[in-house]
Write a protein that binds this ligand. Sequence first.
Ligand SMILES: *Cc1c(COP(=O)(O)O)cnc(C)c1O
Length: 353
Amino acid sequence: MSVYWSDVVSRLTPYVPGEQPKIARLIKLNTNENPYGPSPKALAAIAAETGEALKLYPDPNSDLFRQAVARHFGIEARSVFVGNGSDEVLAHAFLGLLRHDKPLLFPDISYSFYPVYCGLYEIDYRTIPLDEQFRIRVDDYLAADAGAIIFPNPNAPTSRLLPLDEIERLVAGKPEIVVVIDEAYIDFGGESAVSLTQRHPNLLVIQTLSKSRSLAGLRAGFAIGHPDLIEALERVKNSFNSYPLDRMTIAGAAAAMDDTEWFDATRQKVMASRERLVARMQSAGFEVLPSAANFIFARHPAREGGQLASALRERGIIVRHFRVPRIDQFLRITIGTDEQCDALLSALEEILG
Ligand SMILES: *Cc1c(COP(=O)(O)O)cnc(C)c1O
């Protein structure tokens, strides 16, 4: 606290990201990064930008990247907005599309950045409880008086997927308000709602290159929706930072979107490792929620989540534990390579005795 701070800053409760430890030999299963690394074509495109051209500002509209996203989904580039990680895209959506007189709705257990943006932009919000099996109930949102709605699909940290017809039922049932679907994990087993944006002008879908395209370090994300929604995001962006994506990011992100082969091969590997890990975790006595993401959410009936997380840490493995009501017995575990999953399982066996 300082007398120099503004009132808004004094009141903020900032987001705390998962730890990025400086110790190299840790097995890092805490922030849902992808173990397989970026497309070699993306790396080559990034390297090609690190020269004399850096003296010039990048394209403020990142058209190369926007066009690659449009190509990938078979839509028009004017339906695409890109940003410095999907967190930035989300932030602009909170200010530009989710701030209204009536409250913004999101699940009680969800991405913990959402209440942080509400604090930053002074947005009134209300949380809607997930059901007993940690599922989103669309009827609860349809029945509520809302200014806007946002949730991740699959949800985080629960990993549960809401089927596409349920998303459409929600979007069609609330045509007067914006619905934002945060699809950070959709490529690991779900069907994207991007196709619905063509017939529902109130739907905005946000994705990231951090997870399924293994580019968390590059910082690239995008939104897809009706051009009127995209214009709102552009108005915020152009009132904040004209050049949020640098030259390396624009080139690398575009190349990553185009490299469908690498994308499919690596996400298939992650999904195969997930099925293998889930089966073994269940044999070890864990309850594992059905996952359509590159992480699982699991609890042991007899062991406290925080205790398990510390015991794993002592053995060089870091996972995420949330000291939050309803989920404090759970661990959120990123799907690593099969080798990393095996190391996790042996450590758990040792801990559980
Ligand atoms: C990881 C994640 C993001 C943010 O990803 P960026 O790295 O900022 O693109 C957004 N939403 C959810 C639910 C996430 O888990």
